[in-house]
Ligand binder design. Structure first.
Ligand code: SF4
Ligand code: SF4
Length: 462
């Protein structure tokens, strides 16, 4: 590892061959909202963040650490370096997990720095053809549940007529590690994937305490609809009238995390509009990454005169489902999920733990379930490698992190993994599969729902 002074000089003097390799372009960021110099200057280069950075853990290079990326931003901001293919790759390897924000003793707002850098990369750094195609597919398909749903029959056939087994056996997917990565985390298509079953308004059980909106998510809605249904039942069992506007689309997490500013702004405005006039006290989300983005709307729309204030009002109502239940008080009765002790390991999703500082509430809720013992894995705060679409765009780093995460979860001896984010759940399931391990992976809302309804885990299919 380089010392901070050495790294800094390398960049400031522009002698770093790695940075200059492709440096044929104008130096500096473009003038549209580059990373703020005062935020860059807050970094004192102490290096405390390095050990908690997943990309640095796997790649082992200073430039793939928070400190290294801040050096790069500084050099580009001061026009000592250019935004080139070589510099871009170090921003691309960042998972956006925000572990460095939690770790930094100087309060460096790396989240703001990387979210200002990503749109600069997208505007100014041309991608190669395959990269363009993969990104086009991701950004034009995943945030649009209706488009994704049109593909479901093909995906269902792929999984159910033996094509998937044949394709995997031929090894043809290995030609492109990214396409192989996309295919490897394809969730199981079930009959639930084909339609939204939840009505627009669901009454509370017993006396009404709150009127809450629920965000369904796009991937969550199609591939994890039982999680949404469980969330709604848990909310109604706790005295909530639930409102689910049918016009809602994607929360904008995917384009926002990848620097696709315009698309993120459009989707955020659609989401705000869909909850306008619903008169809800809170807006509830059960997916960690989506929740973090919903809470960022005021920032995403800060330059939009029409939506700036609406975004602030929307964001003030957003709560993660677990955060909400602990905030207002969990009132439903809970029953054991198994006849004996149930050992659960809770997997911290980065956008809950680091992005929203939510780690106690899920554990407090799970501990309320009778006969549950919570286990803690080592490196609980380290990303599993999912990170939105990171595991499709950077499969090598993601696979290494996925393996480490699954090993750490399994080593706790738990019988069940509780995961609060669909992307993390898919990543964990993929690596459990690769290891030939069968262990249940459930969202905490599913566990609370079963516990409220008196359904034992082995009877979960009922
Ligand atoms: S980001 Fe924070 S922890 Fe990391 S090197 Fe800078 S000051 Fe130190
Ligand atoms: S966001 Fe995560 S991957 Fe990116 S620099 Fe910070 S700790 Fe490293």
């Amino acid at each position: 590892m380089q010392t901070s002074e050495k790294s800094n000089n390398n960049i400031s003097n522009n002698n770093n061959p790695e940075i200059n390799k492709f440096d044929k372009q104008l130096k500096g960021f473009d003038p549209k909202k580059p990373p703020k110099q005062e935020l860059i200057d807050a970094c004192v280069h102490c290096g405390f963040c390095l050990s908690t950075c997943p990309s640095y853990r796997v790649i082992g290079k200073e430039m793939d650490s928070p400190r290294g990326r801040i050096y790069l931003m500084d050099a580009i901001n001061k026009q000592d370096a250019a935004l080139t293919k070589a510099t871009t790759q170090h921003f691309d390897t960042c998972l956006g997990c925000l572990a460095c924000v939690s770790t930094c003793p100087s309060g460096v707002q790396y989240d703001k720095l990387i979210s200002a850098t990503r749109p600069q990369v997208e505007r100014n750094q041309p991608r190669n053809l395959l990269d363009k195609i993969i990104r086009f597919v991701i950004f034009n398909l995943f945030p649009y549940p209706l488009r994704l749903r049109l593909l479901l029959p093909i995906l269902w056939l792929y999984q159910n007529i033996g094509l998937q087994k044949i394709i995997r056996a031929t090894g043809i997917l290995k030609i492109s590690p990214r396409i192989a990565a996309m295919e490897s985390i394809l969730p199981k298509i079930t009959k639930d994937s084909f339609q939204d079953k939840l009505p627009e308004i669901i009454p509370p059980q017993g006396e009404k305490r709150y009127r809450v909106g629920v965000v369904l998510g796009c991937v969550q809605r199609l591939f994890f609809s039982p999680v949404n249904e469980a969330t709604v039942r848990v909310l109604t069992a706790n005295g909530c009238e639930v409102v689910i506007p049918k016009t809602q689309g994607c929360c904008a997490a995917l384009p926002s995390h990848q620097g696709q500013e315009k698309q993120a702004q459009t989707l955020a405005k659609q989401m705000i509009d869909s909850f306008a006039n619903t008169d809800v006290d809170y807006i509830i989300i059960n997916a960690a990454g989506c929740g973090h983005t919903l809470k960022e709307y005021a920032h995403i729309l800060e330059d939009d005169i029409e939506y700036r204030e609406k975004a602030k009002a929307f964001t003030a109502k957003v709560r993660d489902s677990q955060e909400f239940l602990m905030e207002v008080g969990f009132t439903a009765n809970l029953t054991p999920l198994t006849d004996g002790e149930l050992k659960i390991v809770y997997q911290d999703a980065c956008h809950l733990l680091h992005g929203q500082k939510i780690s106690l509430q899920p554990r407090q809720l799970l501990r309320k379930i009778p006969q549950v013992t919570l286990k803690e894995p080592i490196d609980a705060a380290l990303c599993c490698g999912s990170a939105g679409v990171y595991n499709m765009l950077q499969p090598d780093v993601a696979n290494e992190l996925g393996q480490q995460k699954v090993d750490n979860l399994l080593n706790t001896g738990a019988n069940l993994i509780a995961s609060p984010n669909p992307g993390c759940a898919l990543q964990i399931l993929k690596h459990l599969n690769l290891k030939g391990k069968e262990i249940m992976v459930k969202h905490p809302m599913e566990l609370l729902d079963s516990s409220i309804r008196g359904i034992k885990l082995k009877d979960n299919s009922k």
